[in-house]
Ligand binder design. Sequence first.
Ligand SMILES: [Zn+2]
Length: 324
Amino acid sequence: MARYIIGVDVGGTHTKVAILNLRGRIIAKDSFLTKRYKKDALIKAISSASDGLIKQNKIGKKDILGLGIGVPGLVDFKKGLVFYFVNIPGWKNAALKKKFESITGLATFVDNDVNVMALGEMTFGAGKGYANAVCLTLGTGVGGAVIIEGSLYRGSGWVAGEIGHIQLNEKGPLCNCGNSGCLEAYVGREYFLNDVRKSLKKGSGSIIGKLAKGRPRDITPELLTRAAAAGDTLAKKKWKEMGEHIGNALVGVINLLNPEVIIIGGGIAETGRFIFDPVRRTIRKRAMKVQKRTVKIVKAKLGNDAGVIGAAELVKKNIKAYRS
Ligand SMILES: [Zn+2]
């Protein structure tokens, strides 16, 4: 019986490849810069990294249950077709499942990276023990995933869960998706940092400019967390606004889905209480009574390994249906 799974996390910056056992433990892993490879060369690079790990660890192909891949983009899960990639320009309608299966001979499953992260968190992380959950990732973009009664809700065209494109203000700033005033247009990394830069220009007595050594381009979420921790009023105000925007979008999500838990991950979530406090406050203030009584707002637990752990879980959850 197969005892291992290959988990792959194609990130905007790094691609990670790992061998995991059936309990989600990482046995070995490898990574490389995603942008070093284009299109089919990326598929080959992933396959050879996985082959390398298999050989180094003296594992037979028969011992491998399958290959799971999480990608940043919109994915038709059934066909394993990636409609388009976020952060990997020009690659459209890529039949990843077919290509990987013909190269590796392994049963392959491809899904959106936030869906994959949600599977990992539900099985081994912050969502363990819950059946109804919503995941949110805060980074360059704002991703989302919905779990209903223990299963991912993918939607009729496979692209459900775009919490980042819930509209907060129809007259708001233009969003990447073409609409205006989406959550992402307020709290996506660059939108947020540009807003901070604008406020700094107005002059505010903030220490942010000093921390960035007078180079507004060098302002990062980490720097703003340091400023807020040092008591900087502008930094605290900007994090509070971000938390309130997220909270407002989640109020709608909570009223609609009545989840037990909302799991927030991604690099920007690392700022911790500066976001989580206003998110929780906004939900307490605005969500409907019964829904808000039980919902918990928690931070994701699996960190950097969430992608490969979730990708392995994607294989485990779907291999039976695949074989029958
Ligand atoms: Zn949008």
